[in-house]
Design a protein around this ligand. Sequence first.
Ligand code: BJW
Ligand code: ZN
Length: 261
Amino acid sequence: MNSRELPRRLLDRLATAHSVLVFTGAGMSAESGVPTFRGAEGIWSTFKPEELATMNAFLRNPQLVWEWYAHRRTIIATIQPNAGHRAVVAMEKLVPHVVIVTQNIDNLHRRAGSTTVYELHGNIERNYCVKCGSPHQPDAETAPVGVPRCASCGGLIRPDVVWFGEMLPEDEWNAAVRAANGADVCLSVGTSGVVYPAASIPSIARRAGALHVDVNPEPGPLSEAADEFIRGLAGEVLPDIVGRLEELRSRPNITEPEKGL
Ligand code: BJW
Ligand code: ZN
């Protein structure tokens, strides 16, 4: 049992919400053991983004970038979704439409069982050829040492993730914007909210009438812009929210959602 105070406005809106959008960042997976990017413990405190997360960095030193992603793949393959991921899966039984819009490339939302997941920055489990664009699945058994090459054209194989200066996948972005425009509640969870255009999803939802609630152990740009800020860890706050939602949804006389606050 927990005694965390949750904002009244959030509980009221969730009680009747038809559509909830959960917008997630690296903090969502932190309790699973995936490092975040920014902050004292983040990846960028050791590596510079421009040395690893740009196409120029890859072309300059494909081996370094490939090894960095291979290392992260190994971490991700050995960890599990956490209580936060499981809570948003449980929310699907309580709200007609739950959409996850994630900046994470770790596939943990799908592995946890969420059904509608839009990945704005790609997925580390996929790769493609920089020259001809063909998808490529490296074979761990027979993979040569070094950066794999495309079987059809010999081009370098890169991870299917979005680096700085690259466009977001159009279909995923359009679907995320549509979901933001139709949401009654937008929960942003575990993101510093500094990387655009992804970080504009909560403000798109809010402008369209959603209540925006930010969940993070530290305040930041998103918490300042949000209607409510819940200070705490994803793996603790999300189960609390879903627990309260279960109680609310089990009550009779649900009315239509009130929008446009
Ligand atoms: C917890 C927790 C717990 C911890 N529970 N919470 C100036 C202004 C505006 C935009 C730009 C600009 N200059 C350049 C741009 C564009 C650029 C950008 O936004 N840059 C800014 C950084 C300035 N954006 C782009 O380039 C994007 N593309 C684009 O704009 O295309 C158009 C274009 C095309 C051509 C030319 C120019 C423009 C693409 C962005 C791609 C980002 N890619 C990365 C790497 C992905 C692959 C990989 O993983 O290797 O995506 S960077 C990295 O940041 C990753 C993340 O998805 C992203 C966001 O980070 P996130 O998730 O917020 O993590 P953190 O670490 O920042 O925050 C973690 C949070 O969790 C913290 O708040 C903690 O407190 C919290 N936390 N434990 C809950 N248990
Ligand atoms: Zn190719």
